[in-house]
Design a protein around this ligand. Structure first.
Ligand code: GRF
Length: 202
């Protein structure tokens, strides 16, 4: 299976996928990353892709006349690589109708909180501020809401009294990277069905 991974930052989730595929082998893992895209240039996530010898693309909102035009451009940029599965690994933009029309049902996101708690761009900070005792990460299919699509898997992480946002986020990311690698591999190898809010992996 062909994966396109979308990033916006350090790309450690991308790196976890790259390392897993490298160690396991494409056939055994069931997928290979064919390209990495970002909504901004000069980020470590793109540098990781380049070091791995992968094609990369940048699709910035400000380069387009409208959000819809950006969404169309992102859709085309991803479609050019003919992905079976698109993975948002810390991609910090909300995709639009055209992208979902094209990739809905095969677009996976990872979120650093236990959805439906703490959706949005500050899930770690919000859980901490709320005083949650456990939080974690969620891998889900993307639908037309923000972090509202059908949940595939979740991992739990304890919140410690001494945690600040970055310490907690780092601990979440340790679980998240393993969860994403495991889920993407299973989706690619086994195939899956989405039945309402339920995801059935064969
Ligand atoms: C991940 O925790 C992701 O869930 C969140 O931002 C982080 C991205 O980390 N949206 P990285 O870029 O994969 O290191």
């Amino acid at each position: 299976k062909r994966l396109v991974v979308l990033v916006s930052g350090s790309g450690t989730n991308l790196q976890a996928l790259l390392d897993a595929i490298d160690e396991t082998g494409v056939d055994a893992y069931g997928a290979e990353i064919v390209a990495v895209g970002a909504d901004r240039g000069g980020i470590e996530g793109l540098a990781r892709a380049e070091r791995a010898g992968l094609p990369t693309f940048v699709c910035r909102v400000k380069d387009h006349d409208s959000r819809e035009a950006w969404d169309a451009a992102l859709t085309e940029a991803v479609a050019a690589y003919k992905p079976d599965l698109v993975v948002s690994a810390g991609f910090m933009k909300i995709v639009g109708k055209e992208f979902l029309a094209r990739f809905g049902g095969r677009f996976v996101n990872t979120h650093p909180a236990l959805l439906p708690s703490f959706p949005g761009a500050h899930g770690v900070r919000d859980a901490l501020a709320y005083g949650a005792k456990v939080t974690g990460c969620t891998v889900h299919f993307v639908d037309d809401g923000v972090d509202t699509g059908p949940i595939i898997a979740q991992g739990v992480v304890e919140v410690r009294d001494e945690d600040d946002e970055s310490a907690l986020h780092e601990r979440i990311k340790e679980v998240e990277r393993r969860l994403l690698v495991e889920v993407v591999g299973r989706l690619a190898r086994n195939g899956y069905r989405i039945e309402g809010r339920k995801v059935v992996i064969q």
